[in-house]
Design a protein around this ligand. Structure first.
Ligand code: 5RP
Length: 238
């Protein structure tokens, strides 16, 4: 991991809130948007800051491929055209947040339940630029409950398989009912795992019957992370 050009920011102070750090990295991500291109756009509160900043460039880009219904609605409300991923063979850059990122660009994602579409758009992009506040940077993935999107009928068995690996899995609930993703599936969140080998972990869990997507992004890891810190935006290059 290289720490490159920590951007001095005179307005930055240790008193900046997490929300303000998200705004900083959302705005900093604009430097990776190439005029004339279609941009891959992730999901979450940090990405919302990026989308808001992207509105200032909307006349310079063709549009976006979005990773969730929520991001699509926000993009469209700001007048940014949204393309179907099937109509865009390749994207130069994908910009998204993370729940955790390690020193190699491996991430845990899916806190916003959009992990499947996020992985799809990341896979069709040349470069993943992660935007995050410094609380997301970890030594080893696993402290944040690992989101896994599952086919509903496989939920109990997948949870039992995680228990056999030493984890504790629970079905994500919203408004008293299982949360249903944009793809019509469920999410289980798994605690108690130390993910020391993200690539082999992702490969293994992805093969379990009924698992749609595991929230470890090692095959689609980040190449760049714009990290919001008390001393400004740090650029980590992996
Ligand atoms: C959504 C995600 C988000 O990128 C992740 O949860 C981070 O979200 P936030 O920027 O709100 O902290 O993976 O599925």
């Amino acid at each position: 991991m290289t720490h490159a050009n920590p951007t001095p920011n005179p307005t930055t102070s240790p008193a900046l809130s997490q929300d303000e750090l998200k705004t900083l990295v959302g705005q900093a991500a604009l430097q990776y948007v190439v005029p004339g291109d279609i941009v891959g756009v992730g999901t979450g509160s940090t990405v919302n800051k990026f989308i808001d900043a992207l509105a200032s460039m909307k006349d310079q880009i063709k549009g976006a491929v979005s990773s969730s219904v929520a991001s699509t609605e926000r993009l469209k409300a700001l007048g940014i055209p949204v393309f179907d991923s099937n109509d865009v063979p390749r994207l130069g850059v994908y910009i998204d947040g993370a729940d955790e990122i390690d020193g190699h660009g491996n991430m845990v994602k899916g806190g916003g339940a959009a992990l499947t579409r996020e992985k799809i758009v990341a896979a069709q992009s040349d470069r993943f630029v992660c935007i995050a506040d410094e609380s997301k940077l970890v030594q080893t993935l696993g402290a944040f409950p690992l989101p896994v999107e599952v086919i509903p009928m496989a939920t109990q068995r997948v949870m039992a398989q995680f228990a056999a690996k030493g984890g504790t899995a629970s079905l994500r609930i919203k408004d008293g009912k299982p949360l249903v993703t944009d793809n019509g599936q469920f999410i289980v969140d798994v605690t108690g795992l130390q993910i020391t080998d993200p690539l082999s972990f992702e490969a293994e869990i992805s093969q379990w019957p009924g698992v749609v997507t595991v929230g470890v992004f090692a095959f689609q890891r980040a190449q760049v992370c714009l990290l919001g810190t008390a001393s400004g935006v740090k650029t980590l290059i992996f």
